[in-house]
Write a protein that binds this ligand. Structure first.
Ligand code: ZN
Length: 434
C-alpha cells in the first residue's frame, strides 16, 4: 500500500497552486451560511467533486438550532457630506459578520457603540462576528475611528437575515475499505487568508491528489463548512456513519511561516496522533505536538464524549496565536506558497503513514534468519541504517506492534521501516497479519 508519490504534485507546484486558488477565493464574503459560502463550495467543487448539503434554519442539530441565513449585498457609513468613510465594497471585513440590516442616521456617540476596532493594533481592521446574537455593526481601524468628526452619520447595511439554510460541502473519495478518514476545515471566514482560506484551498488540493491515486486503502471524506455549526450539522446527519471513521483531522492556518503544530485528539493516543507526531518529529524542525484541550476549533465537536472520534488538529501557528489573526493583516501577502507547499507535503506524509501502517509477524522467529545468504545484509561494521531497519522489523514483528510503533521505538522514519518490511516480505520473512 502507500501513496503513489509520483502522482502527488511536488511542494513547489502544490504551494503555488494552493496560493492561486486562495487568491481566487479571497474576495468572496463568506459566513457560516449564505451565497458566499455556497460560491466557495462551488469553486472548491471544480477541484474535487463536492456535494453541497443544506440544513434549514430552525432545524435542531444536536443541542443547537440552525440560525437564519445571512446575505449582504452592500454596506457603508457616510458622513453628513455624503462621503463614505468605510465601504463593504473596499473590504468585507468592514461589516460585522452576521450583522442585522440597518439604514439609520445616528450621532457619532451612538455610532461608536456599533464600531469594532482591533484590540492592539490601531491600523488594522478586525474581523468580528455575531452569529447567535442579533445586532448591527461595523469594523474599522482605531485610528480611523479616532479621526471621525462629531456629527451625524448614516449607517447602511443592505443585508438579509432570514430563514434559509446553512451549507456544508462534502467530497467522498472511495478506497478499498469503507472505513474512513475524515478531513475537515472551516470555510466561513470572509477575506482572510491564513485563517482559513489556506485550509480551504489546501484540503481541495489534498482531495485532488487523493483522487488521482489508483488505489487507496481508506475511503476519504472531506468537509468544508461553517465553523462549529458545519460539523454539528454533519454529525447530526451522520450519526450512523461515525463508526466507520478510523482517523480524522481538522486542518487550518497552514500558510504562515510558523512551525507546524499538531493537537492530539481527546483520546491522546489514537493512531492519527501517533502518525502526525511521528511525521513532524522526522520532518521540519521545531514542530510542536500539543495535548488535547477542550477549546480550539472544530475538533471539539468530533471529540465530544458522545462521539469521541480519533480527531486531531493540524496547523502551522494555531489560530489566535499570530498577530495578524482575525484582522486585515491576514491577507494574501501573509501566506506564502512555500509554506503552503510544505504543509501539503506534511499532510501527504501523514496520510501515507495511515495508508501504509500495518502489523506483521516474523515467520522465522527462532533465532535470526540469515540475512546475508538472501543478499539482505552485508554486515560490514555495525550495519547500515537500512540493515538496522531490517533487524528492528524482524525483532518487533510479533503480531502485536504496528510498523508505526516499530518506527517509533527504533527512532527511524516510517518510510525506512516500511521499505525494510517490503524487502523482508519479498523474501517471505514477514507476513502481514493486521
Ligand atoms: Zn478564525
Amino acid at each position: 500500500m502507500g501513496l503513489d508519490r509520483d502522482l502527488v504534485a511536488n511542494a513547489d507546484q502544490a504551494g503555488t497552486t494552493i496560493h492561486e486558488r486562495m487568491a481566487r477565493l479571497f474576495p468572496i464574503c463568506r459566513s457560516i451560511s449564505g451565497k458566499g459560502l455556497r460560491e466557495t463550495l462551488r469553486l472548491v467543487g471544480e477541484e474535487v467533486p463536492v456535494e453541497i448539503v443544506e440544513t434549514p434554519s430552525g432545524a435542531q442539530v444536536l443541542d443547537w438550532t440552525v440560525p437564519s441565513e445571512w446575505n449582504v449585498s452592500a454596506a457603508w457609513i457616510e458622513n453628513s457630506d455624503g462621503h463614505r468613510i468605510v465601504d463593504f465594497a473596499d473590504s468585507n471585513l468592514h461589516v460585522l459578520n452576521y450583522s442585522a440590516p440597518i439604514d439609520r442616521t445616528v450621532p457619532l456617540e451612538e455610532l461608536r457603540e456599533h464600531i469594532f476596532t482591533h484590540p492592539t493594533d490601531p491600523d488594522l481592521v478586525p474581523y468580528r462576528t455575531s452569529y447567535y446574537v442579533e445586532r448591527w455593526g461595523f469594523c474599522m481601524s482605531a485610528r480611523q475611528l479616532e479621526g471621525l468628526e462629531p456629527g451625524d452619520y448614516r449607517a447602511v447595511i443592505a443585508a438579509s437575515l432570514e430563514p434559509g439554510s446553512v451549507s456544508y460541502g462534502e467530497a467522498v473519495i472511495p478506497g478499498e475499505s469503507d472505513e474512513e478518514v475524515l478531513l475537515t476545515t472551516y470555510a466561513c471566514h470572509p477575506s482572510l487568508a491564513n485563517d482559513n482560506l489556506s485550509g480551504v484551498a489546501l484540503l481541495a488540493e489534498l482531495g485532488r491528489a487523493l483522487a488521482r491515486q489508483p488505489r487507496l486503502r481508506f475511503t476519504y471524506r472531506l468537509l468544508w463548512g461553517g465553523g462549529t455549526i458545519g460539523p454539528l450539522c454533519w454529525l447530526a446527519r451522520n450519526r450512523d456513519c461515525v463508526e466507520r471513521i478510523r482517523h480524522g483531522m481538522v486542518i487550518s492556518c497552514l500558510g504562515d511561516p510558523g512551525v507546524f503544530t499538531y493537537k492530539r485528539s481527546r483520546r491522546g493516543d489514537a493512531e492519527i496522533d501517533r502518525a502526525a507526531a511521528h511525521v513532524l518529529r522526522h520532518g521540519a524542525s521545531g514542530s510542536r505536538v500539543l495535548d488535547w484541550v477542550p477549546w480550539g476549533g472544530d475538533e471539539r465537536q468530533f471529540c465530544s464524549p458522545g462521539f469521541d472520534l480519533p480527531f486531531g488538529a493540524f496547523s502551522r501557528t494555531p489560530a489566535d496565536h499570530f498577530p495578524e489573526y482575525h484582522s486585515s493583516a491576514d491577507d494574501l501577502n501573509f501566506v506564502r506558497p512555500e509554506s503552503l507547499g510544505e504543509s501539503f507535503v506534511s499532510l501527504i506524509d501523514i496520510v501515507d503513514v495511515l495508508e501504509s501502517n500495518a502489523t506483521y509477524v516474523n515467520v522465522s522467529p527462532h533465532g535470526e534468519p540469515q540475512l546475508g545468504k538472501r543478499g539482505l545484509y552485508r554486515g560490514v561494521g555495525g550495519g547500515s541504517s537500512e540493515e538496522l531497519a531490517l533487524l528492528w522489523v524482524l525483532s518487533l514483528s510479533d503480531g502485536t506492534q504496528s510498523l508505526l510503533e516499530i518506527a517509533e521505538r527504533a527512532g527511524l522514519p516510517f518510510a525506512d521501516v516500511y521499505h525494510a518490511t517490503d524487502r523482508l516480505g519479498q523474501h517471505h520473512l514477514v507476513e502481514q497479519v493486521g
